[in-house]
Write a protein that binds this ligand. Structure first.
Ligand SMILES: Nc1ncnc2c1ncn2[C@@H]1O[C@H](COP(=O)(O)OP(=O)(O)O[C@H]2O[C@H](CO)[C@@H](O)[C@H](O)[C@H]2O)[C@@H](O)[C@H]1O
Length: 467
């Protein structure tokens, strides 16, 4: 079974968030199950591409409206990954420092057309094309409707929605950049007067998946304008919970963390990582350490953080560390708390993969007050590192965390409010000082299996069910 994943991100090549983690792991686990899965992604100008060698497999031009755009398909020379990755290199469009920019309409249009142009030339065409998020949302339409891709129209295309908030909207006059199709089919591209790649994918893909079952149900009620479309297409839609790459996220072997540990050594292992974090960030290691890692945006409930943390820190009996970047307002507010809670609170504004691993290892609790959470990977990383997740019951968080009050292992709250967050932090403190049961819980959560094994198989079963 030959599967090609098409995505804007893939760990460790280019990561902005959880999309990269999924596309960097799922193909690996599918290959373990006997598939032949690979990835096509843009070639960015970043640390990874600068430090590896690539060879050119194919060169051609795409037409983007009136402009000819040269592209090159590259393949990595050394076998650092456990699956093949092919890159679309377009010097003036895709070869940027950051994954996303304000010219993404042209960038991802050119990416998708170049990827399909190259697939057209392959001697062995894929059995399945698996697209991720709106950046690849026009592919199901183009393989079905664009005249030049007619020979690909029997290949089932699957679209996975990692985040329906972003849909890739573009103005109607971009229509002439999409390879020619019967104009009567233009409705498949449109939603509320705009070209909407995510809507087009939901309409045209052979199957649509979301990254957790609960998120699929929630989207039928609230999907940034796509609710009725998802409800209408529900017969081909299914939620499959993400897994985690337990080869990368393993406290026993993780080379980023200060001291490796396993279940039997969790106490000393976490202590060493906590000690390092507290010394680097001027925090008190004798107090329970609460952490937040993530994009500082409304979806993650991040605008509540400054208020909830300010309140919770008043009693001076907890330590808090925040790692994230996003809205400038939230960043400034989080900075602003530092002098007031010096010694008990610190924030690292930015992106730091290594630090994130040390925080999962060293923190006692991970806060996820998300407003929307399609799956959430952080809570599963936290569990694997023996860190108790404190989550709002939504999307994938609802599917993966059970409250200690319900014979579970985490702390859950229903509302997105400062009050609920502060109360949950308070429950966390009480749990922490119930030392024996807290320690037993650490061991228990480290053993919960969220690895990709089950979900990679669920995707393969889904492909096989298409006929
Ligand atoms: N400042 C920072 N420094 C270092 N690391 C950072 C960081 N900010 C975030 N990260 C890392 O980025 C990843 C974020 O994963 P999430 O699942 O929370 O992501 P996101 O909302 O981007 O993804 C979307 O897609 C994923 C995958 O399907 C869904 O799980 C999720 O619900 C959906 O919103 C984690 O690996 C986290 O450690």
């Amino acid at each position: 079974m030959k599967v090609i994943h098409i995505s804007a991100e893939c760990y460790p090549i280019a990561k902005v968030g959880g999309l990269a983690d999924v596309v960097g792991a799922l193909p690996k686990y599918q290959n373990d199950l006997g598939a032949h899965s690979s990835v096509i992604m843009p070639f960015y100008n970043n640390k990874f591409t600068q430090s590896h060698e690539f060879s050119s497999l194919y060169q051609a031009k795409v037409k983007l409206g009136n402009n000819d755009v040269n592209f090159n398909i590259l393949k990595i020379d050394d076998s650092v990954l456990e699956f093949d990755v092919f890159f679309v290199h377009i010097e003036n469009l895709l070869y940027t420092k950051d994954v996303y920019s304000d010219n993404d309409t042209n960038r991802f249009l050119a990416f998708q057309i170049a990827a399909l142009d190259w697939i057209l030339t392959l001697k062995v065409i894929p059995d399945f094309i698996h697209c991720h998020d709106h950046h690849t949302g026009l592919i199901p339409f183009m393989t079905q409707e664009s005249f030049k891709y007619q020979t690909l129209n029997k290949i089932p295309v699957i679209t996975t929605i990692h985040n329906a908030q972003y849909q890739g909207w573009m103005a109607y006059d971009n229509i002439y950049k999409i390879p020619r199709f019967n104009i009567e089919k233009v409705g498949l591209l449109m939603w509320n007067g705009m070209i909407n790649p995510l809507a087009a994918a939901i309409k045209c893909a052979w199957r649509v998946t979301t990254v957790s079952p609960s998120y699929m149900e929630e989207l039928k009620l609230k999907a940034n304008g796509l609710e009725s479309l998802l409800a209408h297409e529900s017969s081909k839609a299914i939620g499959i919970l993400n897994g985690i790459d337990s080869k990368v996220w393993n406290p026993e072997t993780d080379s980023y963390i200060i001291k490796n540990y396993k279940k039997s050594t969790v106490e000393s292992g976490k202590k060493a990582n906590k000690k390092w974090l507290c010394s680097q960030f001027n925090l008190d290691e004798s107090k329970p350490l609460f952490a937040f890692i993530g994009r500082l945006v409304g979806e993650k409930g991040a605008e509540l953080l400054p208020y909830a943390l300010d309140y919770a820190l008043r009693s001076k009996d907890i330590s808090v560390i925040v790692l994230g970047s996003g809205s400038k307002d939230i960043e400034n507010q989080l900075f602003g708390l530092m002098p007031k809670h010096n010694g008990n609170y610190n924030a690292f504004i930015g992106y730091d993969e290594k630090l994130s691993h040390i925080i999962y290892a060293g923190a006692d609790f991970l806060l996820m007050p998300s407003r929307v959470e399609p799956c959430g990977l952080n809570q599963m990383y936290a569990l694997r590192y023996g860190t108790v997740p404190i989550v709002r019951r939504i999307g994938g968080l609802k599917d993966t965390v059970i409250d200690i009050g319900d014979n579970g292992f985490g702390i859950c709250h229903n509302d997105i409010s400062v009050q609920d967050m502060v109360l949950s932090i308070h429950r966390g403190k009480e749990f922490y000082y119930n030392t024996e049961s807290f320690k037993a819980n650490r061991k228990h959560i480290m053993g919960i299996d969220h690895s990709w094994n089950v979900s990679a198989k669920a995707y393969i079963d889904l492909y096989k069910s298409i006929n």
